[in-house]
Design a protein around this ligand. Structure first.
Ligand code: THU
Length: 146
């Protein structure tokens, strides 16, 4: 039997390990958050359709409105690398309820993510999986300007 090919993975096995990798990237980013005002660290990780992973954390500012969200940082890193197509997103927060992307970040993600892209929001002990279409229904996007 040693020559037999490996059994094929269960259909969801690659997705599970991909999600694990993305979650690890988001958690590592969360650990770097600069959030002395809210004490609410957030990490976000994006996988692009080419398989690359980009992460970001929230960066707060003493002039409060100048702070930036974790998703914005991950998107900036993605664009800087020349990538534009989001395949999957993970957001990691503290608290018992998973922190979903804020309204502004839903729109920021929408620029680069189709309606079926799944956003996984993970907090301490709870996970929520939701699509972009659910997060931002009837949304406005780049195609409106074509
Ligand atoms: N925050 C994010 O980083 N992403 C979101 O989508 C929700 C909110 C940050 C902004 C601020 O630094 C802290 O969480 C509390 O609002």
């Amino acid at each position: 039997m040693s020559d037999a090919p490996d059994a094929p993975d269960a259909p969801d096995a690659p997705d599970a390990s991909a999600l694990e990798e993305l979650t690890a990237a988001a958690s590592a980013a969360q650990a770097k958050a600069h959030c002395p005002y809210s004490n609410y660290p957030v990490g976000a990780a994006i996988r692009t359709t080419s398989g690359e992973v980009f992460a970001g954390c929230n960066v707060e500012n003493a002039a409060y409105p100048e702070g930036t969200c974790a998703e914005a940082g991950a998107i900036a890193a993605m664009v800087l690398a020349g990538e534009r197509e989001i395949a999957e997103v993970v957001v990691v927060t503290g608290g018992t309820t998973p922190g979903t992307p804020c309204g502004g970040c839903r729109q920021r993600l929408r620029e680069f993510a189709g309606p079926d892209v799944v956003v996984t929001a993970i907090s301490e002990g709870a996970t929520l999986q939701i699509t972009m279409a659910e997060l931002l229904p009837n949304s406005f996007g780049p195609e409106f300007l074509e």
